[in-house]
Design a protein around this ligand. Structure first.
Ligand SMILES: [Mg+2]
Length: 368
């Protein structure tokens, strides 16, 4: 293996076929930064970091500045084969505070390079399998209709409904459950208080809704509130925005705040951190789900690899790339029959080809 000689970034903007609306934000595009690392033998690896002001605080400009600045400075000249994954994670975390998406994309690019060099898919490199993993599909908040004849209904068999913007949400969940005839997941993205969340769950249960879980109903900081909600209602509570790091998860476990943790690479800072979070969650008896921000197939393929390694039989939250793929006209879509298909090609090379990395405009770090 050879030393890393170049770190490069490229901005990506892809339109969505349906606007994505949650209690935190509305977007009609994927805005992200693709990271590429190159070693002295010309081998490459890729990762993706999403712009998401309202969750991680990162923008395309901040991600580029972070990756081409302190992270490139750290990596350039290093030999990734000589650094165990734990050291790489620690070094990236030492180089910059926060910036989880930028750190994750850079770490994933290095892991992709290593997996390609080993000739195995990233999922297998992490201990998983190159097999499809289950995923839900999201129903956006505020007025988004559920179309039982639409592509989503025919392709997926688990829905996650975004709520928190409107009092009619409680009735909308009941209606979607009735129409879709499948258990539903609900995500309030921190929008509710304890009384609102309690009343909503009671209304759904009274109406016969099969509720798989309720995700992040209360503000991220309110660990005590989530713990009290767990005592009040017989429904699993998922923590998303409350848990970025392993320290957040320890606090949440100590407070008894959740039943399941939603692990996202842009929150925790990469694959190694994701594996650690899953281990700690399991030790404490919590369930594990892997999610993502609004990203392309590249970021989603890394998330799916992690999902395959930590919980291959779980239905995850990996539909984000579906929103920017023509649901009817793309024969190569990784979304098939309620799953995200993990390709058998080395590293993330299949996903990299799908986002046409060669066609992107690259900014390079200073030569090392
Ligand atoms: Mg969420």
């Amino acid at each position: 293996m050879a030393r890393i000689v170049e770190v490069a970034t490229a901005r990506m903007a892809r339109p969505l076929h349906t606007p994505f609306v949650t209690a935190l934000r509305r977007t009609e595009h994927v805005f992200s930064v693709v990271v590429r690392v190159t070693d002295a033998d010309g081998r490459v690896g890729f990762g993706e970091a999403p712009q998401i002001w309202r969750v991680t605080g990162e923008s395309q400009a901040s991600i580029e500045a972070c990756v081409l600045g302190p992270l490139a400075e750290l990596l350039t000249g290093s030999d990734p084969l000589l650094a165990p994954a734990a050291d790489l994670h620690r070094d990236l975390a030492s180089a910059v505070v926060a910036n989880g998406g930028a750190r994750a994309a850079t770490e994933i690019a290095v892991q992709d390079l290593l997996a390609r060099a080993a000739g195995v898919p990233l999922a297998r490199f992490l201990g998983g399998r190159a097999q499809p993993v289950g995923t839900d599909v999201t129903v956006a908040a505020q007025g988004a209709a559920w179309d039982p004849a639409g592509a989503a209904a025919s392709t997926f068999d688990q829905v996650k409904i975004k709520v928190g913007l409107d009092p009619s949400d409680v009735g909308r969940v009941i209606e979607i459950h009735r129409t879709a005839r499948m258990p539903v997941r609900v995500d309030a993205n921190q929008a509710w208080d304890l009384a609102t969340a309690t009343a909503a769950v009671e209304a759904w249960l009274a109406a016969g809704v099969r509720l798989d879980f309720l995700e992040q109903p209360l503000p991220a900081w309110d660990l005590a509130g989530h713990a009290e909600l767990r005592r009040r209602v017989p429904v699993p509570i998922v923590l998303d925005e409350s848990v970025f790091t392993i320290h957040d998860l320890r606090r949440a476990i100590d407070a008894g705040s959740g039943d399941i943790v939603n692990i996202k690479l842009a929150k925790c800072g990469g694959l190694h951190a994701g594996l650690e979070l899953a281990d700690l969650a399991r030790e404490a008896g919590l369930g594990v789900m892997v999610g993502s921000m609004m990203e392309s197939e590249l970021g989603l393929s890394a998330a799916a690899a992690l999902a395959s390694a930590v919980a291959p039989d779980q239905v995850h939250d990996l539909d984000a790339a579906w929103w920017s793929i023509d649901p009817a006209g793309d024969a190569g879509t990784p979304y098939r029959g309620g799953t995200f298909v993990i390709d058998d090609s080395p590293g993330l090379s299949h996903a990299v080809a799908r986002v046409d990395a060669a066609g992107l405009t690259w900014n390079k770090s200073a030569p090392g």
